[in-house]
Design a protein around this ligand. Sequence first.
Ligand code: PIT
Length: 495
Amino acid sequence: MAADSHRQSETERGGMREVPAVAVVPLMADTPKTETRTTVTENQAAAPSSPAPAPKKPSGLAVLMPTVESSSLRQVYSCPESLQRLQSSRPKPQYVCPARGPAVGKTCSVLGGASPVAASGIQIIVVPTTAERTRPKSHTKTCHKVIDDVPPQPAPFLHRCVSLRSNPPSDTFVIHTREVLGSGRFGKVHKCTEKSSGLKLAAKIINTRTAKEKERANNEVQAMNQLSHPNILQLYDAFEAKHQLVLILEYVEGGELFDRIVDESAPLTEVDAMVFVKQICEGVSYMHQMYVLHLDLKPENILCVNRTGHQVKIIDFGLARRYRPREKLRVNFGTPEFLAPEVVNFDFVSFPTDMWTLGVVTYMLLSGLSPFLGDDESQTLNNVLSANCSFEDEAFEHISAEAKDFISHLLVKERGGRMSALQCLRHPWLNNIAEKAKGSNIVLKSQVLLKKYLAKKLWKKNYIAIAAANRFKKISSGGELTSLDTETDTVPIAT
Ligand code: PIT
């Protein structure tokens, strides 16, 4: 795909000067050699639903305050002050009761209506496509809704630089193991509550039997320690046991973005997609300014703050890497359909690698189609390498030229041709949203197609889980096992 005016200038990649080849190292390696241990107080801002914070007392939670300066162009060690400074320039969101204007035509489900909404939410009129108008569904009528285009509230606690604790998490938290918020190759995420404050949190229990799993888990802690942004899920605490690492994370109740938007009673329009993508760009832009590459920005890793609003947070920093100028990083992991061509080619990865994936996510959000997904893994990888994505499917029929231009400047085979996150935020598609919303907002076809995509993925996940259980049974009864690597999600790829 061609790229021109939105091409990423080198200065804008992470806000730094040209570095011909980029390299990155696991974040674990970033732990400063000399550390000063200090403590922070807990829950300086309590969760809206939690009891008033207990009187401040030293929590005993150690924070690493680095004293060693490294030679990289820009330091992100100086946590938390530098993080707070970067944050302080952002306008603080103001929340008021939902602002609902007069209904136009029939009022239907209102995305963002039940959550705290900015006084000036974007008011839009949603019209069904001609084909939809004949179907007996709730969003087949013209309706009115308000989109809360405000940044999410920050986590209900101040940024914490967390170091691993060796005492059991049950000393401090109740982990509700029956309530599963997410699961994956790593293990499971459960709801949890801090005993002293009642603060609702999430506990990600990561199995760390192998050195690789341990490295990934430690990586996640290191990455999250460096990031404090409303569009990035925050780390609260971390515990290490022999074969497990437990991350205590900010709790959000909206679930995965794609799971939420397939609810057909809440019609999805291009304006909704703009608001979601803009927030993802805000998070990625900040992450890149902090010299962190996510490298696994797939749809599952975007969570909604609540069930009705438009605020999203990026999760899963297990594959994240620290950008290191003059060093070169190649990676051989990821989810085939979201991999950038340089990953498939085992070439250097850097900021634009995340931007490619953002292009894939945006394409899917608008159309419900995965642009490079083939019948099997090798076809998918070949599709990625050809970087040939088209907007010819009827799912793109009502999608704006600006949206297609936005995607076209991300799904560019040549890394240097892709927009940076900052350039995305300046792209016309993500600007004047309220003005665009005044036009006719046709319901996207992506909802139905995404539902099929998710169902297929769930089927595959369950199939693999059953196959793995059967293989386990086989080994237990003395059979042979050739490979345990059955996960379809983030997998090592053949290079
Ligand atoms: C929720 C609510 C919440 C956190 C999560 C899910 C976290 C999910 C998660 C996090 C990861 C990961 C996989 C899933 O790799 O507050 O519904 O780092």
